[in-house]
Design a protein around this ligand. Sequence first.
Ligand SMILES: *[C@@H]1O[C@H](CO)[C@@H](O)[C@H](O)[C@H]1NC(C)=O
Ligand SMILES: *[C@@H]1O[C@H](CO)[C@@H](O)[C@H](O)[C@H]1NC(C)=O
Ligand SMILES: *[C@@H]1O[C@H](CO)[C@@H](O)[C@H](O)[C@H]1NC(C)=O
Length: 478
Amino acid sequence: MLKPVLKRVAILATIITILANIYSYTYPSFNPVNCSWNCFDTTTEEPHLEGGIIANLPFYINRYVNDVIETHWNVPKEQLSQKQRVEDVHIMALGDPQIKGVWHNTPYISRLDTFGNDYYLGHIFKTMKQRLSPSHVVVMGDLFSSQWIPDSEFYNRTRRYVDRLFKRDTSLIKEVKSENHDPNNSNLFIVDWGKWGDNFNKILNGNRKDFNFGYKDVKAWSPEEDYVFVNLTGNHDVGYSGDATYQHLTRFHKLFGKDNFWIEYGTNTDHPWRLVVLNDLLLEGPALQPEFIEYDWEFLRQLKDQNFTGSTILATHVPFYKEEGLCVDPPEFNYYPEVWEKEPYKANLLRSQNHISENTTNVVFDMIFGNGQPGMVLVGHDHEGCEVIYNRFNSNDSWVATRDALPGANHQIQEITVRSMMGEFYGNTGLVSGHFNEDTKQWEWKFTLCPFSIQHVWWFSKVAAIVTLFIWSAYFVI
Ligand SMILES: *[C@@H]1O[C@H](CO)[C@@H](O)[C@H](O)[C@H]1NC(C)=O
Ligand SMILES: *[C@@H]1O[C@H](CO)[C@@H](O)[C@H](O)[C@H]1NC(C)=O
Ligand SMILES: *[C@@H]1O[C@H](CO)[C@@H](O)[C@H](O)[C@H]1NC(C)=O
């Protein structure tokens, strides 16, 4: 009596498991328009029949199947780019992963949640990377969920970030740890921020070119890789300027690289472009370490002094100034109170900001986009995502953010707030495609957002597999 019932349940569970896993492993194929690099010269196919999803079902199925076949069994993408003189730029932008920590008093259920979340985020990256072979991967800051963590926890999260989320080689960070640890316990990562700070101040007060902000034509940081991996600083990684300490900057620099740099590509060709990575948390104060602000502006001055003639992609964490209502976060600045007993030395310092101020936005945009070339700004921070246009008016030297381009503007730049890759925002990947238009001799940039789904769907696909296995075992045992 029990056996036939069990068999039916097992078959049903098997089917559900297979469907959930097919979805989870091929989700971009359900949405190929948003989940592919933008082909600038072909019009993407859209459903054409009236009557919604049902009438167009054959179209969707056909598109899905073709996409799966193309992704897993064909390599037409490379053949396509060989025909072009100038290779397209393919940037994957991942918004605010904000991974949480596990402490000795964390309940087991939250530990499991955090553990699963690492692999959920890793699944998104792996799927999208395999599908799209990006030239650049940029994580938009707020890599971790809090700036108030000790060095050892910072290291432990970095290890998860490198290993579970981005499937990278951990030997480099292990090497950093072997050189920076507690003298009595080699397991406890500790940075010598005094030493780092001395060197920082030596350069700041000496030859500032020694910051070595600039790179040229970097295709990868190591020979084993075929893409450029970039980590941005977020307020949760290094703090707002009223919080940021030498300790914060030291450990970020040791494990994630520079917070300010540029890479120029094809400088002396007819198609130059550059990626600018800016730590915009240190643009404004009052700061705990005012020399950090000086350092940020030194970076911008050196960047401007390059007299670069090409197109620019600017990647930074905090969005630029815009009026309330355009995006989810309104402009907002908080300062520590005059009397702040917990940390009296922070009185009046900048405690948080949703945007860069209006004045600083104008100055920074002029310094970076002043050459009048097309470009794009990528930011994170607000989690929800947003797209606006900055219109520059030469009549009053200002950049005005609007939803749609304003007529009569002298120059326009799009700003994309990349929607977060966290599960509650549906695990997004932002895709920036750059194409050099041979007719206009200018770069064109397009952005699309490829969502996965809430983390429960991914969890379900895993749990369903385990349950199914369990039911089949029960069936064979009894
Ligand atoms: C980080 O991991 C190491 C090794 O697993 C462990 O000894 C250490 O206590 C961890 N740090 C924290 C803050 O939990
Ligand atoms: C970003 O961090 C990862 C992990 O530590 C590292 O492999 C990579 O080189 C970093 N990127 C830069 C530009 O330093
Ligand atoms: C950029 O132009 C300025 C002013 O003409 C000049 O002083 C500077 O040397 C130039 N920079 C480079 C890198 O050529």
